[in-house]
Design a binder for this molecule. Sequence first.
Ligand code: BGN
Length: 361
Amino acid sequence: MIKQNDNLKYEVFVTDQVSLCRRLFTSPRFYVVFLVVQVAIIALVISMWDSDSYSTGQMVVITDRQMQEVLFNGTEQHFYFTGYLWDTTNTTDGAHISKCPIISPYLVGYRKPVINERIVWEEVLEKYKAVRCDSHFQPSNCKARQKVALIVPFRDRYAHLEVFLRHIHPFLMRQQLDYGIYVIDLDDKIKFNRGLLLNVGFIEASKEYDYDCYIFHDVDLLPENDKNLYRCSDQPRHMSVAVDKFAYKLPYAAIFGGVSAMTKDQILFVNGFSNKFSGWGGEDDDMFNRLKHHNMTVMRSMDDVSMYKMLKHKQSDPNPQRFKLIKTGMKRVKEDGVKNLQYKIMKKTEFPLYTYIKITF
Ligand code: BGN
């Protein structure tokens, strides 16, 4: 029961609150503070949007800017003292070999790709012979931190393939990777199908070696900066962020084509790419939807590092069915992918610089 005295106190309290509110809302100082807080919130949202994240519906795409900054601003001494540089590992034959440093000492940063140079293949092969080990290449003086398979979907573009191989081998060697290159071709009678060839490349490369990371790579894209590390992360990575053809700007936030990197687990988790996208376009958008569907995040590096030169070519015919396929894609994830893919190998050749596989059905 409220006593009269209490009632009085309560009334005084309420009157105080009301007058406080009235004073607050009529005070110019309140409006200044209110405005400043609002501007700060808007600035924060814009800065997040602009630099490090892209919102694509439900999924937020973040860049691994922070990781790259730590890597390239950290001095070698920092890595030495944190024990990374001389971290030793036992090899299978019991000998000790140092793990390669996180940052290879051979990186040169930006270097314009050479395109029109005459390639003397004897010299190239002689130079690379020493690092070849079965179907893959290894650094000779340290144990690579990731085993990486480059999967290149291919059709009749030998001129591009030569320039690509000439460029990519020294690039990957400078990063001290243990890597193999798989060029996957399709029976000429069958319409080109990028997603299906990437799935085949994943399956075939996995049979040959215990790769940690699979990089799906168009043959016409040449990375321009070797600080763009060809490795996988705990989330799938879209790597061709800044391509000269698109004025070094990301064409749209959900793009996952060109060059992308996924671990074996990430690929199996989403059942790889769809096999249904015959002709040009859409298979990468479908993969983006698969990642989103499985609550994964796409990572991107800084655009001043992830720069690519695109070799000139005739634009392929777009697949008119791609819009419909994308729309209905998530209904097929379980049965359309890497797990149920059937094909026959028509030809398999281990060339000195890459493994060539041609398939049919
Ligand atoms: C997009 C293509 C991608 C391609 C990029 C860059 C489609 C589907 C439209 C709904 N997507 O337009 O496959 O990687 O361009 O060339 O066409």
